[in-house]
Structures are given as C-alpha cells and as structure tokens.
Design a protein around this ligand. Sequence first.
Ligand SMILES: Cc1ncc(COP(=O)(O)O)c(C=O)c1O
Length: 392
Amino acid sequence: MEFSSRLGKLAPYPFVEISRIIAEKRAAGADVVTFGIGDPDIPTPRPIIDRLLTASEHTPNHRYPETDGLPEFRRAIAQWYKQRFDITLDSDTEVLPLIGAKEGIGHAAFCFLDPGDVALIPDPAYPVYGVGTMFAGAESYIMPLKHENGWLPVYSDIPEEIAKAAKVMWLNYPNNPTSAVASIEELATAVAYCRDNDIALLHDAAYSEVGYEGYKAVSMLQVEGAKDIGIEFHSLSKTYNMTGWRVGMAVGNADMIKALFQIKANLDSGIPQAVQEMAMEALTGSQDCIDDNIAIYERRRDRVIKAVRSIGLSVDVPESSLYIWARVPEGFTSAEFAARLLEDMDIVVTPGSSYGEYGEGYIRLSLTTPDEQVEKGCQRIENWTVPSPKAG
Ligand SMILES: Cc1ncc(COP(=O)(O)O)c(C=O)c1O
C-alpha cells in the first residue's frame, strides 16, 4: 500500500510520542510525574456538567448539529466577547463555533493557501500552524521568536519578497510554549504589517483567560482595523477545564469566517449540540472557576519555578498561560535534558525543540498536573544532581 507524501513529512505528534513513553514507563512500574501536555487536571465545573446532563435528554440534540452551531451559542460567544473585550461581533457572520481551536486552526490553512503559497509561522510554536500549512501544500516561512525580542517576531527581518508572497501570518499570545504575552501596541504592529502586505492575520488566543496577578490578555480584535484582515481563535479548553469536550470558536472578519465555514461544512458536521449547550453555560454562567483555576496554577507556577531555579535553570516568571519555559544548562540539547529527567527522575517535560528549531535549548513544563504530583516532581528535581552534559 502506498501512502501520501504528506504523511511521510509528518513528525510524530509530540504528545502522542510522550503518551507512549509514559505508558511504557508506567507499565514497567515507574512512578512517572508528568509536566507534559497542557491538559487541565481540574474537573469541568459542576453547572457545566449539569447542563450536559439536561441537554443530553433533549432529543433534538441527538441529531446532526449544524456546522455553524446553534444561533444561541453564537450569540453567547458574541456576548462573551462584548463583556470580556468590548468588541461587537455579528453572531451570524463574524462567529464560528469550532470542534476545539485545533480543528479550526488546522482547517484554516485550506481557506487561504494553495500549493506553493507562503505562510508566516512563528517558531517555536504550537505545531498545528505549520502542519496545516504543509497539508495545504504550502510553504512555511519561519519567523524566529527569541528571548531578546520578548518572543515576538521581528517583522523587519522578513524579506520583502516573502512579505509580498505571504498569504497568512499565524500569531499566538499568550504564547505556547514560551508563555510570552503581547501588548495591544505589539499586536497593532502585526496588524499594520499584515494590512500593508495584504496578509490574512490568524491570531490564536487559546490562553487569553489564564493570567496571573491580575494580568488580562488583550484581544487582537481590539486593534483598530484588525477585523478587516484577521480572525481570532479561542478555546474553552483551558478557560473552563473543557479539553475533553472539544469546543472553541473563531471570530472576526466575516469573509474569513465564511471561508472557514465552507471548508468545515464539507469536512465535519459541527459540535454535538449538548456540548454547545455546555459551552453556552460556560460562557454565560458564573465565571468564578477562572479565578479559582488561576489561583491553583499560580501556586504551581511559583513552586515549579523554585524547583527548576534550584538546579540552575534560567526561567522568566510567566504572566499568563500554563507553562514554564526554562533554559537547559549549557552543553545539553532540549531532548537530551528531557531524556535525562525521564531516565534519572521519572519526570516528563516537553523538549523545546518539539516546537521548532528556535525552541532548542529550552524545556516546557505544564502546570496542569495535580498539586501532590507537582510537589512530588519538584522535590525530585530539587534532589537531582544534574549530570554533566558529557554523561547525558
Ligand atoms: C496555542 C494553542 N492553540 C490551540 C490549542 C488547542 O485548543 P483546543 O483544545 O481548543 O483544540 C492549544 C492546545 O494546547 C494550544 O496550545
């Protein structure tokens, strides 16, 4: 049997590989502590689950959903955007529910990119921007994100012919994996660059609601004129501990939303309606769980930072997002250092190189691990004598 060439170009999805290693270790009796995937361990809040239970009894919810979701769900999204960011959205033309942000991000490439086209992709980054680009037969032009630039692209470094050729730019703030944030002025620079070069701007704001010590992320759509050229992706996954229910949304430019709808209408049949009802409950009900979650993650953030600093790793204290992005000691690659932590201490972290070549030199630790596991993992790290790179 012969498979497509695109399949051959795919690296194993990092977390599939990590799950396999954890399963193998656990089967061999190891007590593995994982700071791997960003998947909240805190349960979905009770009122949201109750809504699912009621919604599951409602027989119209047993049938195919519409690709563009329930009108009342789209209205709930628009209302949430108004309350949270003071942005007015037309719920019929500027809002599209997604089966999780990942689904929309992957499919978005098909709206804008033909074979041979160019997409501007940050590096390090959530892998789906580049994978979607590759699936569409297009080329990624890498925009390096570096510590010295606040993990923001330097637009003046992009050659003019690339800027002219590029059809889309992906951005993601608050950022995975670096946890960097972007100010409204920094997003305005991106909007201006994309407008000047006729580039569609796709902003992934999946972590907008996880902010520490009062930090509130901005929306790219708060930049004047952003809606003329861009859409923003959101997820209920991290905000409401709903990774398992698969629900998110894209909002913004009506033509871009329509294009994504057209692609999706041919590939999927929307979000189960009972899950849409859960999402409505999440967006319109009590928002207390957000602060409750942040308090938990903030404690874990401080604990993990103390542990990794105790072994000499350099790390910035994140204002947002669910990750600690730590520099590995001189002489180790990300993968070598992650492998040593796993072999010596049964601790799983993600090598920064899984997010692209500019992630090399870092590891990512996720804070979505139960408190007692975080404590156990931190104690192990603190008691670890970091081997010399040669021994690694
Ligand atoms: C930057 C970023 N965008 C999108 C997603 C996917 O979100 P969802 O669960 O809504 O598919 C993730 C998941 O980790 C992410 O890190």
